[in-house]
Design a protein around this ligand. Structure first.
Ligand code: SAM
Length: 181
């Protein structure tokens, strides 16, 4: 029996909601965009497991592997997902096949080339991809909202690179879904 997700006590949620006022709307839109009931799910940049927790509320039978490069974030996510993978999105992905690869507020950390490489690898072993993220609106908005190194692209480029479509957007946030079935 899966343990009930516990409330986040790391301070992450307060902090990210302060930085991204539409955080909850973005999460809801990403989960809403999942095109079919997935079983095997890989979340890239799982963080403390907030997105995974919402996915599991909607699809309780899903089995989620959470990948993240930050061991402190993964420590919390361990309570929520079935497996954790301490790894970078730039490196080979955990073995699929996956029904769904999901990533929220993480892919903007990759350069254009890294994103395109990631999307090619995802497509080889996943039936669907859902991305929720910052995008560039053609000015510096994306860069000023994100601390640290970040490479937000336009929504059009992201959608083209993963062969997906934009299904939700608000301000500089989008959700893109690619259904490869
Ligand atoms: C803002 S959190 C998003 C967590 C969750 N999806 C959410 O929406 O709340 C982004 C996560 O991506 C991870 N991350 C950033 N760059 C990464 C990379 N290159 N490879 C793997 N994880 C990465 C960070 O460690 C962080 O936990």
């Amino acid at each position: 029996m899966r343990p009930m997700p516990t409330p986040d006590d790391s301070g992450y949620l307060d902090s990210v909601r302060g930085q991204v006022p539409l955080y909850d709307a973005l999460q809801d839109a990403a989960i809403e965009a999942v095109p079919f009931e997935p079983v095997r799910v890989l979340e890239l940049g799982v963080g403390t497991g907030e997105t995974a927790s919402r996915l599991l509320n909607r699809f309780p039978d899903a089995r989620v592997t959470g990948l993240d490069s930050d061991p402190d974030m993964l420590f919390k996510a361990r309570e929520i997902v079935d497996e954790v993978s301490l790894a970078r999105m730039e490196d080979p992905l955990p073995d699929g096949p996956w029904d769904l690869v999901l990533s929220v507020l993480s892919v903007h950390r990759l350069t254009d080339e890294q994103k395109q490489s990631l999307f090619r690898r995802v497509r080889q072993q996943s039936k669907a991809l859902v991305i929720g993220d910052f995008v560039s609106l053609g000015d510096d908005l994306g860069e000023t909202r994100v601390s640290g190194r970040a490479y937000p692209d336009t929504a059009a480029n992201l959608a083209r690179w993963c062969d997906g479509e934009v299904v939700w957007s608000d301000d500089d946030l989008v959700v893109i879904v690619a259904d490869y079935r």
